[in-house]
Design a protein around this ligand. Sequence first.
Ligand SMILES: [Zn+2]
Length: 731
Amino acid sequence: MNFSIEGKCKEIRKSLLCLLFAASLGFVLYFVSTLNVSSSKSNRSSEATCTEKACIELSASVLGAIDDTVDPCEDFFEYACANWIKRSPMPSGKQSWGTLTKRSELTNADVKVMLETPIEKQPEAPFVKDILNIYQSCLNMDEINSRGAQPAKKFLKKHFGGWSWNSDKTMTPQELVQTAHSLGSPAIFGFGVGVDLADSNQHILSMEQDGLSFMTRDYYISRNGTAFDILEENTPLYFYYEYMTGVIRLLNPETEGAFINERAMKILQFEQELAKLMMSPEEQRDYNANYEEITMKELIEMTSFEDWDWISFFASFFGEKEVTENERIVIFARDYLSNIGTIISSTPIDTLKDYAAWLSVKPLISTLSEDFQQLRYKLILAVNGVDFSCQERWRVCIDFVQESLPLVVGRLYVENFFNRNIKSQVENFAESIKFEFIDTLANQKWMDVETKSRAKDKANRMKDKYGFPPYLLNNTKIVSEYDGLVLKETDDFWGYTWAINEWAIENHNKKLRKPVDKELWSMSVQETNAYYSPTENAMVFPAGILQPPLYHIDYPSYFNYGAIGMIIGHEITHGFDDQGRHMDADGNRKNWWGNSTSENFAENAECMIDQYDKQTFMGMNLSGRLTLGENIADNGGVKIAYNAWKRQAKEEKRLPGMEKFSSEQMFFVATAHAWCSESLEKAAQNQMRMDAHPPNKIRVNQAFRNFQPFSDIWECPAGSPMNPNDRCQVW
Ligand SMILES: [Zn+2]
């Protein structure tokens, strides 16, 4: 799910630096008139077999994925996916590879074709010429190499006067931090204009802990708060230190290496001091407990430190929108913010300067010459296990273009590749799953009547959006969304990067005190992903996910319900997970729960936390607390999609070669198939440290173990791994 207040990727920096771990997918279609219904359940003869092209292709994929030598009651994910994994070797440059990433690769190939189509053959739409130019400038490695480190050196000179040891500019701590923020880098803390949780139609200033240049807190300090030894070889922090020193050397070839090592060490030690003040990812997840609205005056009192003026700090970002002591601010990290003054005051100005310079230039390194890229690849290989050294340049470039001007790429994608009929098909289908969630409420014995009624209201009013937003076809709207963005045809890749970044920062800040446009999507239409937005009480299923093997109108309904249906159920359930439940039907933060129902929810959730805490993957323990929302959503998603399908299931055609399976069995095969994937060990471990989404194997198996009908249908003996004696359930 994508949730603005918890996301690691601030919208403001999204165009340049975010590596998103996509996770929550969702969407489906519904069985329609094209499906021939057999009169007899026992009739599984060939005439009851779907021979449509889509079914044959699907069958080949699903049958090819199943490993008959694995007992489905021992490990269903292995049963459904082991052969897919064996037969689909992971391409280089990937950290994970599965049916969904493969789907998204197909979409990338479509986007590549689009961006390589000459302008004369493109649809009439704003900024099309610009995205083609940006793409070409990114591909032009000769030009990028010929400039070497120059763009970054000029950038540092302009904004900081250079590094501490060769700077011609004296700057105060506030000027340094302010400058980094003005360049899109959250030095020491994060701030931005976010949706006001108390009134989700409005924007508000918000602040949170931030300021680390590498991964998250857990890569700097141990869980007991001790700083890691930076020089301990073969640790992620050491690899990062090597990367930093390598880059800074390339930017300062005339400076002695040992001196650069020293300066880099100071930067990382400073970041370790910040890390010690930070909440763990689990604590951070509880935004409801961390949420606090204060005024600027209170912020000043709370953080008081010398030579720092918050009013002038914020005024520099919001121009004519006067920021006064009465400005409301939402903070998500009181303790952290209260302590940053002490750290800033006790840190030498040279260290602050090098920290601010590093933080600001780091996101731009990916746009520099080949020698910089080699250092990046080395770091990524060491930390994540992914080998980018053979990655084709076009992959980098389509990602850059998609992140930079998503509305324009989305427009071309919809015009070229999206079957618009799918939208209405899926709407009907999703309706039955939402209905099921509402119906299920009646049986939730742990809920009081009033809370049930409010939950029903919230589910009824949950908006669902499919395919693409209508404004994507509206040229005027696209132009107004990119108002102020000036792209010169003569720009090189660095020039485009900067023009887009500066515009994105300004555009973001402009939103202060402006109403929220709830029609805007926060995901590209070509993404193989989906999200639920708590502040909009809306779920979104972009065009990219409404495709095989998740959905096709010719698929039997048991398959569509098992694949995209489960994902729709997942997103609905997010509206009622440990975070979503704190927001009401209008997307406002409000406690609509009776006390005892709230306690019962916490108890059910605790069961799930304990259960997932015991899960391991590639030798590492999962955090049940960090992944709670996703786990609640997966469990709810399987249950309501299955029950919604059962409610209206009729005898349907089999997939060719899979006649021996019942429709019920096929539902679970479909879910697992959608999540078949493997990961590189280091990448999986990093995901488990930072990401709210567990590895797919845990997602599938644990949700099935908690769902009694699964064990019954697969006739798993009591006490077998897939039919445990103890189950947890929230929804
Ligand atoms: Zn999710």
